[in-house]
Each structure stands twice: as structure tokens, then as C-alpha cells.
Design a binder for this molecule. Structure first.
Ligand code: BES
Ligand code: MN
Ligand code: MN
Length: 462
């Protein structure tokens, strides 16, 4: 059965790539309102691809960018799978660091270069194409499929929760599938059973109503740039520990078993340093790099601006300063409590005479699933068939807000089956997706429907 589908996919490789290129040419940058029309255009592209794959599909407007939803019911006795992905991409800046234009896809050295190639258009496309192939060859699928592709993942999925709550009956499924993570390493596919959560905030310090002469007035009023530097400098200690009181209170500690599972994964410190282009590791004492990345919370400054940064000196006290901060969370931490603690910590330390403003952005909880369900076993078999290598079980440090919403609102777990690699430059210049990963991903997806279709209700309840 699956064999014929795989043969069909092999025969149609070049058309599939052409179609992916059309998807990648649409600059669907969700963060930038200048791209509002492109977002609509991209949603229409996804709609057409769903319809071509044999799904009954529609575009669903939200308060932000539209969702695209499609489904096909084959047989109520078969499992129902909810596939999620996102068609929005990160801004392509800085443009001058791209070898070719971000929205003019090109294959070089066996890799597809374009913004969104791996995060997440290329990965979404693997599922659309495998479903299309099943329908072309057999006129049916081994599972019922619901397909939800959103346009606001990269800006925090703010409008998705409301849609999930209002449509929880319609979205009812046995398990969710998301391909928006990475393999563990070159030639080592993975199933990800945990992700970190996130909270994001912006701090503004407002001082004198205009920039002041730093000689005439310096030393007599608080300097917003000095203050932001001091505040930001107080967040993380030299020992890598976050200094906010209560920050670690709810943190779920790793079990010894999980620690040793992490330790058994192949890991080269020098290879890792080369990957990130850094001279030394840094982080909480007594924790391995994988523990720090996958299972410990963080507080990172994403950007700071204040005052004069042009050529040559300028003697001023800047009138204002601002910084952007994100914290990555681990299971059990509550996003609102972490933001409350962060805000109180900074507000208390803000010098007199400066106005303190704190703005909260998106947030989501972390999660870690039990990696032994029959769904995971089935997914592992599909991956092994397509990649020729059985997957390792990992957690990741990034966040996908919808996963904990699926758990809380729909009561289902998610299979995170990433075909990408962390070295694909996601969110960076020269983002790419290996052709080999794209092809293996499509094949694994084609095998997945058959394997998931074989999971019996009694196995899930057991
Ligand atoms: N696909 C990533 C998340 C990811 C990448 C997880 C690699 C694991 C490995 C996703 O598109 C992403 O970038 N998420 C954001 C979420 C945020 C904007 C709410 C993140 O993690 O920064
Ligand atoms: Mn993504
Ligand atoms: Mn992303």
C-alpha cells in the first residue's frame, strides 16, 4: 500500500519542488504589517494545496492573520489525526547577509535556500504532499485527517486559542502531528517529546524629556542608559543563574533517568561550539549543555537600545532606553507568575526619576510528554522506514505555543516529528532545508498515515 505512494512521490519530485518554491516565494512575514496582503495570498496558497490534496478546506479569518483549515473523514472507526503547522515566517533581516534573496528560493549544495524553507513551509509541505499522493493512488487514506495551518506562530499564536476553544468539537482528534522541530543531528532523526515554554516582555525607562548635555547635567539626574544596563545586568549571575527571586520555585527537576538518557546521546562539545560559532560554553553550573538547552529555564535580553550609537563621540544623557527580554520556561512554571516576578524585580530596582514601563507579549507553557505511547511507537517506525535510521528521543529548547493548548483544550498529545536541522539557519540569514530531509520527510509522512492507522483503540487506553 504505502509502497505505491512512495513510488508516486519519487516520480513527482520535481513538480513537488516547483510547488514548494511557489510557496516560498510569498513573503508571509507575520510580524510586519506591510505584508498583510501577502499573508492573505499565502493562506490562499495553502488552501489550494489542501484542496489539491483532497481535503475539504476553508480560510478562517481571525483578529490577526487568517487560519487555514481542511479535513477529510475516511472512516469513523479509524484514528483521527490533527496536523498543525504555520505558513508565516520570521522577518528576513539582515538582508545583506543573505547570499541569495530570501524570497527567491534556490537549490545550492543540495539545500533549498529561502526564508521559511525549514521553518515551517517546507515541513508543512511534506504532509500536504504525502496526503495528496495517498489520495491520487488509493483514493483514500488510512486515517481521518484534520489540517490546521496558522499564520501567527512566529508572533505568539495570539488568536489561535480562541479558535481552538470555539471549535473544540470540530477539531476533536486522537493525536496531533507537528513537523516544526529538528532532527537531533546529521543522519540522526528524532522524536521530540518536550519543548520549553516562553514569556516575552519589553521594558522602557523614560528619563529627562529630551537628551541632555552630559557635562552640564551629568551626575545630577538618573541616566536611562546607565539604568537599563544595570537592570539588565542584574538578571543573570556570572554562575548562569537567573537572579529573580522565586524564578526557580516551580521548576520541575529532571529525573536521574532522563539525565542519563540525555547523557547517552552523542554530543561533541567542540562540534557544538563550532555550530554556534562561539569560543566557550556558558550556563548554570553542574548542568550539561543538553540539560541547559532543553530542561532549564533562562532569561535572555533580545535587544537593548538607548542614546547615540553613530560615528564618533556624543556627550549626552539619553532621554530614554528600552530592552526586550524573553524567558524560556520548563514544565511546571507558570508564564504569568514568571512575568509578575520579572516585572517586580525590575520595577523595584528602577532608579528614582525614571518612568518605568513594562509591556507583556505572548507566552506559553512548557511541556514534556510520556515518550512511550503507541502513537510514538508508530511514528518511530514510519521514520525508520523513510530515513533508514530509527529516531532518538529528545527534548528541545524552542517553543511551539499550540502544543500546550492542544493538551489543555483538546486533551490530546502531540507527535513532534521534525525533519529539519538546528543548523538550517532558522530565524537567521540563509535559512535552508536539505533536499534530502525534504524528501525523507515526505516519505516518512506517507508511511506515518499507514502506521498511525494501525494503532488500535485498546492500545491507546491501555
Ligand atoms: N519552529 C520553531 C520552534 C522550534 C525550532 C522548536 C527548532 C524546536 C526546534 C518555531 O517556529 C518558533 O520559532 N517558535 C518561537 C515561538 C515564539 C515566537 C512564541 C520560538 O521558539 O522562539
Ligand atoms: Mn516553526
Ligand atoms: Mn520559528
Amino acid at each position: 500500500m504505502t509502497r505505491d505512494v512512495l513510488d508516486y512521490l519519487d516520480r513527482h519530485q520535481s513538480e513537488t519542488l516547483d510547488e514548494l518554491f511557489r510557496f516560498l516565494r510569498i513573503p508571509s512575514v507575520s510580524a510586519d504589517s506591510a505584508h498583510k496582503a501577502d499573508m492573505q495570498r499565502c493562506a490562499e496558497f495553502v488552501l489550494n494545496s489542501m484542496q489539491k490534496a483532497g481535503l475539504t478546506a476553508e480560510i478562517i479569518p481571525t483578529n490577526g492573520h487568517p487560519l487555514v483549515y481542511g479535513e477529510t473523514t475516511q472512516d469513523p472507526a479509524k484514528p483521527t489525526i490533527l496536523v498543525y503547522g504555520h505558513y508565516d515566517v520570521q522577518p528576513p533581516d539582515p538582508l545583506d547577509l543573505w547570499t541569495t534573496q530570501p524570497f527567491e528560493p534556490e537549490v545550492r549544495d543540495g539545500k533549498i535556500f529561502a526564508r521559511g524553507a525549514t521553518d515551517d513551509k517546507g515541513q508543512v509541505f511534506t504532509h500536504l504532499k504525502s496526503i495528496e499522493a495517498w489520495n491520487r493512488i488509493h483514493g483514500s487514506l488510512p486515517v481521518n485527517i484534520k489540517f490546521l495551518i496558522e499564520g501567527e506562530e512566529e508572533v505568539g499564536s495570539d488568536n489561535l486559542e480562541r479558535f481552538l476553544k470555539a471549535n473544540s468539537d470540530r477539531l476533536k482528534a486522537d493525536v496531533a502531528v507537528i513537523s516544526d522541530t529538528s532532527q537531533y543531528g546529521d543522519g540522526i532523526p528524532a522524536i521530540t517529546y518536550g519543548l520549553r515554554g516562553i514569556v516575552a516582555a519589553e521594558v522602557r525607562l523614560i528619563g529627562p524629556e529630551k537628551d541632555l548635555h552630559s557635562g552640564v547635567y551629568g551626575g545630577s539626574v538618573a541616566n536611562p542608559a546607565n539604568a537599563i544596563a544595570a537592570l539588565m545586568g542584574s538578571l543573570v549571575g556570572c554562575d548562569g543563574r537567573v537572579q529573580i527571586p522565586g524564578f526557580y520555585d516551580d521548576v520541575a527537576e529532571l529525573t536521574d533517568q532522563e539525565k542519563s538518557q540525555f547523557a547517552e546521546l552523542p554530543f561533541s562539545e567542540s562540534g557544538f561550539l563550532k555550530e554556534v560559532g562561539s569560543g566557550a560554553l556558558f550556563g548554570e553550573e553542574g548542568r550539561s549543555t543538553l540539560e541547559r538547552r532543553w530542561a532549564r529555564p533562562t532569561c535572555d535580553i533580545n535587544g537593548i537600545v538607548s542614546g547615540y550609537t553613530g560615528e564618533g563621540p556624543k556627550t549626552i544623557i539619553p532621554s530614554k532606553a528600552m530592552a526586550k527580554i524573553t524567558c524560556r520556561l520548563v514544565p511546571n512554571q507558570n508564564p504569568d507568575r514568571v512575568l509578575d516576578a520579572l516585572e517586580a524585580f525590575l520595577r523595584d530596582r528602577c532608579p528614582a526619576g525614571l518612568k518605568f514601563e513594562f509591556r507583556r507579549f505572548h507566552g506559553c507553557e512548557a511541556f514534556a510528554f510520556d515518550p512511550t505511547s503507541p502513537w510514538i511507537t508508530a511514528a518511530g517506525e514510519a521514520i525508520e522506514e523513510a530515513f533508514g535510521q530509527s529516531p532518538v528521543f529528545i527534548r528541545e529548547g524552542g517553543s511551539i505555543p499550540v502544543v500546550s493548548s492542544f493538551q489543555q483544550i483538546l486533551g490530546i498529545d502531540t507527535l513532534l516529528l521534525g525533519w529539519g536541522r538546528n543548523t538550517d539557519n532558522l530565524h537567521s540569514p540563509n535559512e535552508h532545508f536539505h533536499l534530502q530531509d525534504f524528501r525523507n520527510g515526505i516519505r516518512a509522512s506517507a508511511c506515518l498515515w499507514q502506521k498511525l492507522g494501525n494503532v488500535q483503540a485498546w492500545q491507546v487506553q491501555a
